[in-house]
Design a protein around this ligand. Structure first.
Ligand code: CA2
Length: 149
């Protein structure tokens, strides 16, 4: 088993760096560093490593996905608004062909219609949404369970 076999890349998309500082009624009061710390603690319990990154730039997210090949076994992704718009990110995920879980803090189907479409959902192993920070933790558990099965 290589190091990559137990390494998961977590990507947070645009504006998620504002978590806990704006619109707490919608997105909660947990900050992004808090989420990354919770993911790190769960990863320790599950015997995996997580590498967490946030970017407001579509191209940078594409580069991070390209770089995951051979380095990480899978991905947990909250692509935020790019979920609904980015053919470039969808193509990057198809190109690297790594398993990933799509996560959202909110239930996007209970929100505006433009959030109902995900460009990446059809490529995902699974989707977790609507559970706030727990969406990430459940997504990581699902990813690890799938890798071990
Ligand atoms: O529910 C989610 O996790 C979303 O991915 C969040 C995105 C939204 O565009 C998706 O439709 C659903 C928005 C992230 C914006 O995050 C903010 C955090 C604090 C304050 C303002 C925005």
């Amino acid at each position: 088993m290589t190091r990559a076999d137990r390494s998961i890349l977590v990507l947070h998309g645009p504006n998620l760096d504002l978590l806990g500082t704006r619109e707490p009624e919608k997105y909660g009061d947990t900050t992004l560093p808090d989420i990354d710390a919770a993911l790190g603690a769960l990863a320790d319990q599950l015997g995996v490593r997580v590498s967490c990154h946030q970017s407001n730039h579509e191209g940078q997210l594409v580069e991070l996905i390209h770089g995951a090949r051979g380095v990480h076994a899978g991905l947990v992704l909250n692509l935020a608004a790019y979920t609904h718009t980015s053919v470039a990110i969808r193509d990057a995920l198809a190109a690297v062909a790594l398993p990933f879980v799509e996560v959202h803090l909110t239930n996007v189907h209970a929100r505006e219609e433009f959030r109902h479409r995900s460009m990446v959902a059809a490529l995902a192993l699974g989707i977790v949404q609507g559970f706030g920070v727990d969406s990430y933790l459940l997504g990581l558990r699902g990813m690890v369970r799938w890798l071990e099965s």
